[in-house]
Design a protein around this ligand. Structure first.
Ligand code: IMP
Length: 434
């Protein structure tokens, strides 16, 4: 059986949720393998907008199983309220949800540390980096540790004591003014008893709707039954801790390798779909060679509603960048591309596409994730004709305006890859399959 993974090819927010939702109809289980509630996936179903942060985007499919794999980190308070929102919206008409007991927990101190130190990266302040830091340092707390509540409380007490000192050290080191210190650290936030009771309450609520279990075992059993599995990446290639534009990255592996380590399952045949927006966006700091600080950038921001699902921050916008997609193709071994938000380009007279960079006078068709070199990149563009028509009602490739077809074919020819899906609007139905 061939399984599928959907990965982001740029800096995230490519519209992976919508593609996953489309593909979920043909899969038995949908699995997240990395990241946490820094992600934000929007799915519009029957005109209703659903924003997910931790739950896989396939969760609206009643007859499926959604899996949160071991590579995902979990803030139980956030997961509990996401599950409440889900059940408020659809009752019990959602997928079965199972969560790996090996997932690490985001604790209040991780969020505080992130708020103090994450500014220069422009993190989402959800505690992602500090939680993965503890996981790697072997000092983290996992879901499995909450089975024995006395042992869990003891772990929390020990960690809280250490973090109370460490956070004070960080506040002093970063010379955070006293008034701001009180905003960053609320009075009860590091109190172990308060943490244990709120976490236990959230976990009990989670256990009513989802099961916490050995998800790797579940996936192996599913594979033996010869059913299709769909792996859903959060964030994207250029935010990968190793292959992204370090240090302006997240702390997990959103690239295809994350599937193996973040699920405990090795799909034998894996079809890799890369999702790219028809232009480029990024949130947070770091280099962005095709960034537009002009009317076209404003058009992309407003027409594309480019505001973060998680933080509400306006996204930085720019032209499509082929060196980036070429790099993502290589790192992930992409089999095909899904191009989303093509409709956002409607109304622009001329479209520019980055075809290569000049770095220190040398033409570089291959993307470098080296942030300092990228800052120096001069971009070489190709100009293509735009189109004026509204394409949101189009349902087949042949109905697209000539210039829109040429835009897609230019991408295909340049990258030697098939564009198999084209997004032309936010609704579930607004996807052209080729
Ligand atoms: P963190 O994941 O919160 O540590 O943030 C690290 C970097 O990744 C920041 O630049 C964030 O803006 C970015 N980031 C994290 N999650 C997402 C996402 O889902 N979409 C886009 N950018 C993200």
């Amino acid at each position: 059986m061939q399984h599928t993974v959907v990965v982001g090819t740029q800096w995230g927010d490519e519209g992976k949720g919508k593609i996953v939702d489309t593909l979920a109809r043909h899969a038995d289980s949908i699995i997240r393998f990395q990241g946490g509630n820094n992600a934000g996936h929007t799915v519009v179903a029957n005109g209703v907008k659903h924003a997910f942060h931790l739950l896989p985007s396939g969760v609206l499919h009643q007859d499926k199983t959604c899996v949160i794999g071991s590579g995902v980190i979990i803030d139980p308070l956030v997961l509990a309220s996401e599950l409440t929102r889900l059940t408020d919206a659809v009752g019990d008409k959602h997928a079965k949800i199972i969560i790996s007991d090996l997932c690490h927990l985001i604790m209040p101190w991780h969020r505080i540390v992130d708020s103090i130190t994450g500014g220069k990266i422009g993190t989402t302040s959800r505690g992602i980096g500090p939680t993965y830091t503890d996981a790697i340092a072997r000092t983290g707390i996992r879901l499995i540790d909450t089975r024995d509540l006395d042992a869990f409380a003891e772990l929390v007490r020990k960690q809280a004591k250490w973090y109370q000192s460490y956070i004070q050290l960080l506040l002093d080191f970063h010379q955070v003014p006293k008034a701001q210190q009180y905003q960053l650290v609320q009075s009860k936030e590091l109190d172990p008893d308060t943490i244990v009771s709120s976490y236990v309450k959230a976990l009990k609520h989670i256990a009513k709707i989802a099961s916490i279990t050995d998800t790797a075992h579940f996936l192996h059993q599913q594979a033996e039954k010869d059913v299709a599995l769909l792996f859903e990446g959060a964030q994207a290639t250029l935010l990968d801790i190793t292959y992204g534009t370090y240090p302006y990255v997240t702390s997990s592996h959103p690239t295809v390798g994350g599937v193996y380590t973040g699920t405990g399952f090795r799909p034998r045949h894996l079809h890799v779909i890369g999702v790219a927006k028809a232009y480029t966006t990024r949130v947070g700091e770091g280099p962005f060679p095709t960034e537009l600080n002009d009317d076209v950038g404003q058009h992309l921001l407003e027409t594309g509603h480019e505001y973060g699902t998680t933080t509400g921050r306006p996204r930085r916008c720019g032209w499509l960048d082929l060196p980036i997609l070429r790099y993502a193709k290589r790192i992930n071994g992409l089999d095909c591309l899904a191009i989303t938000k093509l409709d956002v380009l409607s109304g622009l007279e001329t479209l520019k596409v980055a075809t290569s960079y000049y770095i220190e006078d040398q033409e570089e068709p291959v993307f470098t994730p080296h942030a300092a070199l990228l800052e120096k990149a001069e971009v070489k563009y190709e100009s293509l004709s735009g189109w004026q028509e509204d394409i949101t009602g189009v349902r087949s490739f042949s109905q697209l305006p000539k210039a829109a077809k040429e835009y897609i074919m230019f991408i295909e020819d340049s990258l030697k890859i098939n564009v198999a899906y084209i997004g032309i609007g936010p609704d579930r139905e607004q996807v052209i399959l080729r």
